[in-house]
Design a protein around this ligand. Structure first.
Ligand code: FMN
Length: 310
Protein backbone atom coordinates (compact mmCIF):
# COMPACT_ATOMS: atom_id res chain seq x y z
CA UNK A 1 0.00 0.00 0.00
CA UNK A 2 1.26 3.47 -0.80
CA UNK A 3 1.52 6.26 1.76
CA UNK A 4 0.66 9.81 0.67
CA UNK A 5 1.06 13.13 2.39
CA UNK A 6 -2.23 15.09 2.48
CA UNK A 7 -2.49 18.75 1.55
CA UNK A 8 -2.75 21.03 4.60
CA UNK A 9 -2.94 24.79 3.96
CA UNK A 10 -0.39 26.63 6.06
CA UNK A 11 1.54 23.47 6.96
CA UNK A 12 2.55 21.17 4.09
CA UNK A 13 4.05 23.87 1.91
CA UNK A 14 7.22 23.49 -0.17
CA UNK A 15 9.71 23.91 2.70
CA UNK A 16 7.89 21.35 4.89
CA UNK A 17 7.58 18.88 1.98
CA UNK A 18 11.21 19.22 0.84
CA UNK A 19 12.63 18.90 4.32
CA UNK A 20 10.24 16.14 5.36
CA UNK A 21 11.11 14.07 2.33
CA UNK A 22 14.89 14.57 2.85
CA UNK A 23 14.89 13.88 6.61
CA UNK A 24 12.11 11.32 7.08
CA UNK A 25 10.96 10.11 3.65
CA UNK A 26 8.79 7.01 3.39
CA UNK A 27 6.15 8.93 1.42
CA UNK A 28 5.10 7.88 -2.09
CA UNK A 29 3.62 11.22 -3.06
CA UNK A 30 2.97 14.69 -1.67
CA UNK A 31 -0.14 16.74 -2.55
CA UNK A 32 0.17 20.54 -2.43
CA UNK A 33 -2.38 22.67 -0.56
CA UNK A 34 -5.02 23.86 -3.06
CA UNK A 35 -4.26 26.55 -5.60
CA UNK A 36 -7.12 29.00 -6.08
CA UNK A 37 -8.01 31.60 -8.68
CA UNK A 38 -9.53 34.60 -6.92
CA UNK A 39 -10.25 38.18 -7.98
CA UNK A 40 -8.74 37.46 -11.37
CA UNK A 41 -5.41 36.16 -10.11
CA UNK A 42 -3.49 33.35 -8.43
CA UNK A 43 -1.73 34.40 -5.21
CA UNK A 44 2.02 34.74 -5.74
CA UNK A 45 2.58 32.71 -2.53
CA UNK A 46 0.66 29.81 -4.13
CA UNK A 47 2.60 30.13 -7.38
CA UNK A 48 5.92 29.97 -5.51
CA UNK A 49 4.70 26.88 -3.68
CA UNK A 50 4.45 24.84 -6.85
CA UNK A 51 7.33 26.35 -8.85
CA UNK A 52 9.76 23.59 -9.79
CA UNK A 53 12.74 25.59 -8.57
CA UNK A 54 11.25 25.58 -5.06
CA UNK A 55 10.43 21.88 -4.99
CA UNK A 56 12.81 18.96 -4.64
CA UNK A 57 10.15 16.30 -4.00
CA UNK A 58 9.81 13.95 -6.95
CA UNK A 59 6.21 12.80 -6.70
CA UNK A 60 4.47 16.12 -6.21
CA UNK A 61 0.83 16.55 -7.20
CA UNK A 62 -0.50 20.11 -7.42
CA UNK A 63 -4.05 20.46 -6.12
CA UNK A 64 -6.58 22.92 -7.51
CA UNK A 65 -9.90 24.20 -6.20
CA UNK A 66 -12.44 25.49 -8.71
CA UNK A 67 -16.18 25.47 -9.37
CA UNK A 68 -16.15 26.11 -13.12
CA UNK A 69 -13.91 25.55 -16.16
CA UNK A 70 -13.23 29.31 -16.19
CA UNK A 71 -11.75 29.13 -12.71
CA UNK A 72 -9.96 25.89 -13.49
CA UNK A 73 -8.31 27.15 -16.68
CA UNK A 74 -5.72 29.62 -15.27
CA UNK A 75 -4.75 27.12 -12.55
CA UNK A 76 -4.23 24.38 -15.11
CA UNK A 77 -2.21 26.72 -17.32
CA UNK A 78 0.09 27.52 -14.40
CA UNK A 79 0.55 23.85 -13.57
CA UNK A 80 1.15 22.91 -17.20
CA UNK A 81 3.67 25.74 -17.64
CA UNK A 82 5.61 24.40 -14.65
CA UNK A 83 5.80 21.05 -16.44
CA UNK A 84 3.47 19.02 -14.25
CA UNK A 85 1.32 16.38 -15.92
CA UNK A 86 -1.03 15.63 -13.04
CA UNK A 87 -3.51 17.59 -10.96
CA UNK A 88 -5.76 16.79 -8.03
CA UNK A 89 -9.22 18.36 -7.87
CA UNK A 90 -10.39 19.41 -4.41
CA UNK A 91 -13.97 18.39 -3.62
CA UNK A 92 -13.50 18.08 0.11
CA UNK A 93 -12.54 21.47 1.53
CA UNK A 94 -15.06 22.55 4.17
CA UNK A 95 -13.76 26.10 4.84
CA UNK A 96 -16.82 28.38 4.73
CA UNK A 97 -15.15 30.89 2.41
CA UNK A 98 -14.55 28.19 -0.20
CA UNK A 99 -17.83 26.33 0.25
CA UNK A 100 -19.79 29.57 -0.31
CA UNK A 101 -18.26 29.72 -3.81
CA UNK A 102 -19.27 26.10 -4.44
CA UNK A 103 -15.61 25.12 -4.11
CA UNK A 104 -14.36 21.98 -2.41
CA UNK A 105 -17.09 20.14 -0.49
CA UNK A 106 -19.45 22.92 -1.65
CA UNK A 107 -19.45 21.21 -5.05
CA UNK A 108 -20.71 17.88 -3.76
CA UNK A 109 -24.46 18.73 -3.82
CA UNK A 110 -24.12 19.92 -7.46
CA UNK A 111 -23.67 16.92 -9.77
CA UNK A 112 -24.32 19.13 -12.82
CA UNK A 113 -21.31 21.31 -11.95
CA UNK A 114 -19.16 18.28 -11.18
CA UNK A 115 -20.11 16.84 -14.59
CA UNK A 116 -18.97 20.05 -16.31
CA UNK A 117 -15.65 20.05 -14.44
CA UNK A 118 -15.07 16.38 -15.23
CA UNK A 119 -15.83 17.06 -18.90
CA UNK A 120 -13.26 19.87 -18.77
CA UNK A 121 -10.55 17.46 -17.62
CA UNK A 122 -10.80 15.72 -21.00
CA UNK A 123 -9.60 18.90 -22.71
CA UNK A 124 -6.26 18.64 -20.91
CA UNK A 125 -4.88 15.73 -22.88
CA UNK A 126 -1.60 14.38 -21.52
CA UNK A 127 -2.76 15.25 -18.00
CA UNK A 128 -3.75 12.78 -15.32
CA UNK A 129 -6.45 13.96 -12.94
CA UNK A 130 -7.45 12.71 -9.52
CA UNK A 131 -10.18 13.82 -7.10
CA UNK A 132 -10.08 14.28 -3.33
CA UNK A 133 -13.56 14.29 -1.83
CA UNK A 134 -15.82 13.73 1.14
CA UNK A 135 -18.97 11.61 1.25
CA UNK A 136 -21.13 14.68 0.76
CA UNK A 137 -21.77 18.17 2.02
CA UNK A 138 -24.74 17.42 4.29
CA UNK A 139 -25.89 13.95 3.32
CA UNK A 140 -23.74 10.85 3.28
CA UNK A 141 -25.53 9.72 0.13
CA UNK A 142 -24.39 12.60 -2.10
CA UNK A 143 -21.48 10.53 -3.45
CA UNK A 144 -23.97 8.03 -4.90
CA UNK A 145 -25.19 10.61 -7.44
CA UNK A 146 -21.66 11.76 -8.22
CA UNK A 147 -20.00 8.38 -8.59
CA UNK A 148 -21.41 7.50 -12.05
CA UNK A 149 -19.97 10.81 -13.32
CA UNK A 150 -16.61 10.16 -11.63
CA UNK A 151 -16.55 6.53 -12.77
CA UNK A 152 -17.02 7.74 -16.36
CA UNK A 153 -14.08 10.15 -16.10
CA UNK A 154 -10.57 8.78 -16.67
CA UNK A 155 -9.19 9.56 -13.19
CA UNK A 156 -5.97 8.07 -11.80
CA UNK A 157 -7.58 7.63 -8.37
CA UNK A 158 -10.06 9.08 -5.90
CA UNK A 159 -9.08 9.97 -2.35
CA UNK A 160 -12.05 9.58 -0.01
CA UNK A 161 -12.19 11.31 3.38
CA UNK A 162 -15.34 9.64 4.72
CA UNK A 163 -16.98 12.54 6.51
CA UNK A 164 -19.50 15.21 5.56
CA UNK A 165 -18.49 18.78 4.80
CA UNK A 166 -20.74 20.08 7.59
CA UNK A 167 -18.98 17.81 10.07
CA UNK A 168 -15.62 19.47 9.33
CA UNK A 169 -13.42 17.16 11.45
CA UNK A 170 -15.75 16.51 14.35
CA UNK A 171 -17.37 13.09 14.11
CA UNK A 172 -15.39 9.91 13.60
CA UNK A 173 -14.59 8.97 10.00
CA UNK A 174 -17.39 6.73 8.67
CA UNK A 175 -15.71 3.43 7.82
CA UNK A 176 -18.98 1.72 6.75
CA UNK A 177 -19.78 4.50 4.29
CA UNK A 178 -16.20 4.33 3.03
CA UNK A 179 -16.61 0.61 2.48
CA UNK A 180 -19.72 1.19 0.33
CA UNK A 181 -17.97 3.87 -1.70
CA UNK A 182 -14.89 1.70 -2.16
CA UNK A 183 -16.98 -1.20 -3.45
CA UNK A 184 -18.77 1.00 -6.01
CA UNK A 185 -15.80 3.05 -7.22
CA UNK A 186 -14.17 1.90 -10.47
CA UNK A 187 -10.97 3.88 -9.87
CA UNK A 188 -8.15 3.06 -7.49
CA UNK A 189 -9.08 4.46 -4.07
CA UNK A 190 -6.97 6.15 -1.41
CA UNK A 191 -8.32 6.27 2.15
CA UNK A 192 -7.92 9.51 4.13
CA UNK A 193 -8.95 10.45 7.67
CA UNK A 194 -7.77 10.17 11.29
CA UNK A 195 -4.69 8.04 10.69
CA UNK A 196 -2.29 8.91 13.49
CA UNK A 197 -0.26 5.77 14.18
CA UNK A 198 1.35 2.77 12.53
CA UNK A 199 -1.44 0.64 14.05
CA UNK A 200 -4.04 2.88 12.30
CA UNK A 201 -2.34 2.32 8.93
CA UNK A 202 -2.19 -1.42 9.52
CA UNK A 203 -5.86 -1.50 10.61
CA UNK A 204 -6.97 0.22 7.39
CA UNK A 205 -4.76 -2.11 5.34
CA UNK A 206 -6.31 -5.14 7.01
CA UNK A 207 -9.84 -3.85 6.50
CA UNK A 208 -9.24 -2.90 2.86
CA UNK A 209 -6.40 -4.98 1.42
CA UNK A 210 -7.27 -3.83 -2.12
CA UNK A 211 -6.77 -0.17 -1.28
CA UNK A 212 -4.22 1.66 -3.41
CA UNK A 213 -3.02 3.75 -0.48
CA UNK A 214 -3.66 5.90 2.53
CA UNK A 215 -3.28 9.66 2.66
CA UNK A 216 -2.22 11.15 6.00
CA UNK A 217 -2.63 14.78 7.04
CA UNK A 218 -2.58 15.81 10.68
CA UNK A 219 -1.14 12.43 11.68
CA UNK A 220 1.98 13.11 9.62
CA UNK A 221 2.39 16.55 11.21
CA UNK A 222 2.16 14.82 14.59
CA UNK A 223 4.42 11.90 13.71
CA UNK A 224 6.49 12.71 10.60
CA UNK A 225 7.94 9.18 10.76
CA UNK A 226 4.69 7.36 9.88
CA UNK A 227 5.89 6.53 6.35
CA UNK A 228 9.15 4.96 7.50
CA UNK A 229 7.45 3.24 10.43
CA UNK A 230 5.09 1.60 7.94
CA UNK A 231 7.91 0.42 5.67
CA UNK A 232 9.98 -0.85 8.63
CA UNK A 233 6.93 -2.36 10.34
CA UNK A 234 7.87 -0.83 13.70
CA UNK A 235 7.76 2.47 15.52
CA UNK A 236 10.76 4.74 16.08
CA UNK A 237 12.16 5.11 19.58
CA UNK A 238 11.57 8.47 21.30
CA UNK A 239 15.30 9.11 20.99
CA UNK A 240 15.40 8.50 17.23
CA UNK A 241 12.21 10.50 16.75
CA UNK A 242 13.60 13.49 18.66
CA UNK A 243 16.84 13.37 16.69
CA UNK A 244 15.02 13.37 13.34
CA UNK A 245 12.45 15.99 14.38
CA UNK A 246 15.35 18.16 15.54
CA UNK A 247 17.07 17.77 12.16
CA UNK A 248 13.84 18.54 10.30
CA UNK A 249 13.04 21.50 12.52
CA UNK A 250 16.57 22.98 12.24
CA UNK A 251 16.51 22.66 8.47
CA UNK A 252 13.05 24.24 8.22
CA UNK A 253 14.27 27.14 10.36
CA UNK A 254 17.37 27.53 8.21
CA UNK A 255 15.23 27.80 5.08
CA UNK A 256 12.37 29.84 6.55
CA UNK A 257 14.25 32.35 8.73
CA UNK A 258 15.41 34.62 5.88
CA UNK A 259 11.78 34.92 4.72
CA UNK A 260 10.19 35.52 8.10
CA UNK A 261 10.77 39.04 9.35
CA UNK A 262 10.70 39.65 13.08
CA UNK A 263 9.45 37.65 16.01
CA UNK A 264 5.77 37.85 15.04
CA UNK A 265 6.09 36.38 11.54
CA UNK A 266 8.48 33.72 12.79
CA UNK A 267 6.33 32.64 15.73
CA UNK A 268 3.09 32.78 13.70
CA UNK A 269 4.60 30.36 11.19
CA UNK A 270 6.33 27.95 13.56
CA UNK A 271 4.09 27.66 16.62
CA UNK A 272 1.10 26.02 14.84
CA UNK A 273 3.26 22.98 14.01
CA UNK A 274 3.50 22.37 17.76
CA UNK A 275 -0.29 22.14 18.04
CA UNK A 276 0.18 18.77 16.29
CA UNK A 277 3.85 17.72 16.54
CA UNK A 278 4.80 14.92 18.98
CA UNK A 279 1.45 14.46 20.77
CA UNK A 280 3.09 12.51 23.61
CA UNK A 281 5.40 15.43 24.45
CA UNK A 282 4.73 16.36 28.09
CA UNK A 283 2.72 19.57 28.61
CA UNK A 284 5.53 21.10 30.66
CA UNK A 285 7.75 20.98 27.52
CA UNK A 286 5.12 21.98 24.93
CA UNK A 287 3.72 24.94 26.85
CA UNK A 288 6.93 27.05 26.80
CA UNK A 289 7.09 26.59 23.00
CA UNK A 290 3.51 27.75 22.47
CA UNK A 291 3.93 30.63 24.94
CA UNK A 292 7.28 31.88 23.58
CA UNK A 293 7.25 35.59 22.75
CA UNK A 294 10.62 35.82 21.00
CA UNK A 295 12.53 33.71 18.51
CA UNK A 296 15.24 33.06 21.14
CA UNK A 297 12.74 31.84 23.76
CA UNK A 298 11.07 29.65 21.13
CA UNK A 299 14.36 28.06 20.08
CA UNK A 300 15.47 27.38 23.61
CA UNK A 301 12.06 25.79 24.44
CA UNK A 302 12.30 23.61 21.32
CA UNK A 303 15.86 22.53 22.18
CA UNK A 304 14.64 21.59 25.65
CA UNK A 305 11.71 19.59 24.25
CA UNK A 306 13.85 17.73 21.72
CA UNK A 307 16.63 16.58 24.04
CA UNK A 308 14.65 13.32 24.21
CA UNK A 309 14.52 13.36 27.98
CA UNK A 310 10.82 12.49 28.42
C1 FMN B 1 -5.36 23.09 8.51
C2 FMN B 1 -5.87 22.18 7.41
C3 FMN B 1 -5.68 22.54 6.09
C4 FMN B 1 -6.17 21.72 5.05
N1 FMN B 1 -5.93 22.07 3.74
C5 FMN B 1 -6.37 21.24 2.75
C6 FMN B 1 -6.11 21.53 1.37
O1 FMN B 1 -5.48 22.51 0.99
N2 FMN B 1 -6.60 20.65 0.44
C7 FMN B 1 -7.30 19.52 0.80
O2 FMN B 1 -7.70 18.74 -0.07
N3 FMN B 1 -7.54 19.23 2.08
C8 FMN B 1 -7.09 20.05 3.05
N4 FMN B 1 -7.30 19.70 4.35
C9 FMN B 1 -7.90 18.36 4.66
C10 FMN B 1 -6.79 17.31 4.81
O3 FMN B 1 -6.06 17.13 3.61
C11 FMN B 1 -7.38 15.95 5.22
O4 FMN B 1 -8.32 15.55 4.25
C12 FMN B 1 -8.06 15.99 6.57
O5 FMN B 1 -7.26 16.68 7.52
C13 FMN B 1 -8.37 14.58 7.08
O6 FMN B 1 -7.20 13.79 7.09
P1 FMN B 1 -6.29 13.60 8.43
O7 FMN B 1 -7.23 13.11 9.50
O8 FMN B 1 -5.26 12.61 8.02
O9 FMN B 1 -5.75 14.95 8.80
C14 FMN B 1 -6.87 20.52 5.38
C15 FMN B 1 -7.06 20.18 6.73
C16 FMN B 1 -6.58 20.98 7.74
C17 FMN B 1 -6.78 20.56 9.18
Amino acid sequence: MKIYSAPLQGFTEAVWRNVHSAVFGGIDGYFTPFLRYEHGEIRSKDIRDIERKNNSVENLVPQIIAATPDEMHPLMELIANEGYTCADINMGCSFALQVRKKHGAGLLPHPDMVAVLMEETRRWSGFTFSVKMRLGWESKDEWRVLLPILNDTPLSHITMHPRLGIEQYKKAADIDAFNEFFAACKHPVIYNGDISSLADIQRIETLFPELCGVMIGRGLLANPALGIEYSRGCELTTEEMCRLVRTMHDEMLRQLTPRLQGNTQFLTKMKPYWEYLLPTLPKRLRKPILKATTTEKYQSAVANALNGDW
